[in-house]
Write a protein that binds this ligand. Structure first.
Ligand code: NAD
Length: 358
């Protein structure tokens, strides 16, 4: 049962495309401490359809008009990657808090410009790395932070599946599309390496950072065959932990995502599912002291709604931000750029030294 609190964050969703339909619109409706106050899309047909379904208080075809609404408190930027930074900056400049889809930007410079806008505005910006709100991954992170002692190594993998669209179509309503949708010029899939890294690599890198903290350097190799890309990334964490990240798009098998983490006082093994199942990861936490393992259920697998509730809790109650902040977003961009540079040069690349686009 959904219980709405008295004070709720009034949220406007920019973009009524697939990610809004799969995740954000419903998240606003279900959130205990937020409401779907407004929606905005340049495509009038899409706007009308989503307006009829979700019944926000306000509907806008013009983003500036939505931002000028004094009742609006926060914006979810649910558009293509190229618009993330400019649309987030406009929202911050208008005095709105922001939850922006991942990756936060496509270049280090863009990320830094956004960080500057966040500082200037004094508003909250959270990056939509929603896996941080997978309750079983949160339990794993808590164990790593509070009990595991030193971390020796992390092996993490994110392998998108050739069957993911079949799987997703089977469980999700088909998204409503519009020929009038506003899209950046050019085909975002023209450079598949870049597209896979931004779309999928951003999740892998953020999960690794969520568990093990800052990454200082990478050495990466890429193997491309039969239209599939496989990156193996040797990763150095600031903590001294060793990492091995595997990004493969697409594997000829079911969705394959998870990690193994070895620490001083235990270890963790995790299996993460296709996100559209809204199912928390299966996590096994082994405690060396008692030689026993426990598996958190994580019954509430709606990580998209939980990330919005996290943002609203920070804005409304001053709770510490549980999601990725703009610095985490920039660190993800740096890691992705470093991986791309390392593939080009074959060298170890320090994240602090990189600039430019993924
Ligand atoms: N968190 C996840 O796991 C996850 C999963 C899938 C996609 N995503 C992210 O979602 C984003 C893509 O979302 P999508 O597929 O829904 O995008 P899309 O481009 O299909 O839809 C975006 C909508 O926003 C509207 N729009 C864009 N700019 C606008 C403006 N200035 N004013 C009014 N309307 C505007 C467009 O008309 C369009 O309908 C990507 O950044 C992707 O990385 C995240």
């Amino acid at each position: 049962m959904i219980k709405k609190q008295d004070r709720r964050l009034r949220v406007g969703v920019l973009g009524c495309g697939p990610i809004a339909q799969f995740a954000h619109l419903q998240s606003c409706v279900k959130a205990g401490n937020a409401d779907l106050y407004a929606i905005c899309d340049a495509a009038p047909d899409l706007l009308a359809r989503m307006g009829a379904t979700y019944e926000p208080q306000k509907m806008y075809s013009d983003y500036e008009a939505m931002l000028a609404d004094p009742e609006l408190e926060a914006v979810i930027v649910a558009t293509s990657d190229a618009y993330h930074v400019p649309m987030s900056i406009r929202a911050l400049n208008a005095g709105k808090h922001v939850l922006c889809e991942k990756p936060i930007g496509t270049s280090v410079e863009e990320g830094e410009a956004l960080a500057e806008a966040v500082r200037r505005s004094g508003k909250i910006l959270q990056v939509g790395h929603m896996k941080r709100f997978d309750p079983a991954l949160e339990a794993a992170r808590d164990f790593v932070r509070d009990e595991i002692g030193e971390v020796l190594a992390l092996k993490a993998w994110y392998c998108d599946s050739t069957h993911r669209y079949t799987n997703t179509d089977a469980v999700q309503p088909l998204p409503v599309t519009s020929k009038l949708a506003k899209k950046p010029a050019g085909n975002p899939k023209a450079d598949l390496r870049q597209y896979f890294m931004l779309a999928h690599g951003s999740h892998l890198v953020d999960t690794a950072r969520f568990l093990c903290g800052d990454i200082v350097a990478v050495r990466a190799r890429l193997n491309e065959k039969f239209g599939a890309c496989c990156w193996f990334v040797e990763t150095e964490f600031a903590s001294g932990a060793l990492g091995h990240l595997d990004l493969t798009v697409a594997v000829r098998m079911d969705w394959h995502e998870g990690f193994q983490l070895y620490g001083e006082n235990g270890s963790v093994i995790a299996r993460t599912f296709n996100p559209w199942y809204f199912r928390a990861s299966e996590v096994e936490i082994f405690h060396e002291k008692t030689a026993t393992a426990h598996k958190p259920l994580g019954a509430d697998g709606h990580f998209f709604r939980r990330q919005l509730e996290g943002l609203a809790d920070t804005v409304l109650n001053g709770a510490p931000m549980r999601g990725a902040n703009v610095e985490d977003g920039i660190a993800s961009i740096r890691a992705m750029v470093a991986i791309a540079r390392s593939v080009e040069t074959g060298e170890r690349v320090e994240l602090a030294s990189v600039s430019g686009a993924v």
